[in-house]
Write a protein that binds this ligand. Structure first.
Ligand SMILES: Cc1cc2nc3c(=O)[nH]c(=O)nc-3n(C[C@H](O)[C@H](O)[C@H](O)COP(=O)(O)O)c2cc1C
Length: 167
């Protein structure tokens, strides 16, 4: 029997969210899924997938435009398949202390698309980034990698369990 196909689409400015998406994709593959990881701006058709995970970097209280446009462009198809959302994320320890709810725009999109869940992962802004806005933040002292691979993998395993590795 063919493994279920899952798309993990992400919008990233400086690479941290791409890393989270890759971790989710790899975990799903380890769990027996045919998981594909793609930048959100390249996604024009999700009809081939049995489930979708869509994530975006947060910037000034919003998902990055690449993720928002992907959600809009594919809304009709996304509404008809199991959808999970994630955001990345605070460059501090807040995600380890309590659950961080989706920002307002993401919560609205979640309702519109009938997404099953959302989670916020810690983000990263590392000194080696060349992305100008991230550099500005780092220069003001907000720096570090607050992604937690264990938490990311645990969430991906949970999605896998809910989707069922085989039909
Ligand atoms: C200009 C700027 C604005 C940001 N705004 C937010 C924000 O509103 N909320 C938040 O949790 N993180 C915010 N962050 C942190 C980023 O979301 C975090 O660094 C994220 O992991 C970046 O992902 P990326 O490397 O995929 O672009 C901001 C970062 C920058 C550079």
């Amino acid at each position: 029997m063919k493994p279920k196909r899952v798309l993990v689409a992400y919008g990233s400015r400086a690479g941290a969210t791409a890393g989270i998406a890759e971790e989710i994709g790899q975990t799903l593959r380890d769990d027996g899924f045919d998981a594909v990881v793609l930048p959100a701006d390249t996604v024009t058709d999700v009809s081939a997938y049995d489930g979708v995970v869509l994530g975006g970097a947060l910037c000034a209280g919003h998902w990055t435009g690449k993720t928002r446009r992907c959600a809009r462009r594919n809304a009709e198809q996304l509404r008809h398949r199991p959808l999970r959302l994630f955001s990345s994320g605070p460059v501090d320890t807040s995600v380890y202390e309590h659950d961080i709810p989706p920002v307002r725009g993401v919560a609205r999109r979640m309702r519109k698309l009938g997404a099953r869940e959302h989670t916020t992962f810690g983000g990263a802004a590392t000194a080696d980034t060349s992305e100008p806005v991230a550099r500005h933040m780092i220069n003001r002292g907000k720096c570090g990698d607050f992604r937690n691979p264990e938490r990311i993998r645990a969430w991906a395993h949970h999605i896998g369990t809910e989707l069922g590795a085989t039909p």
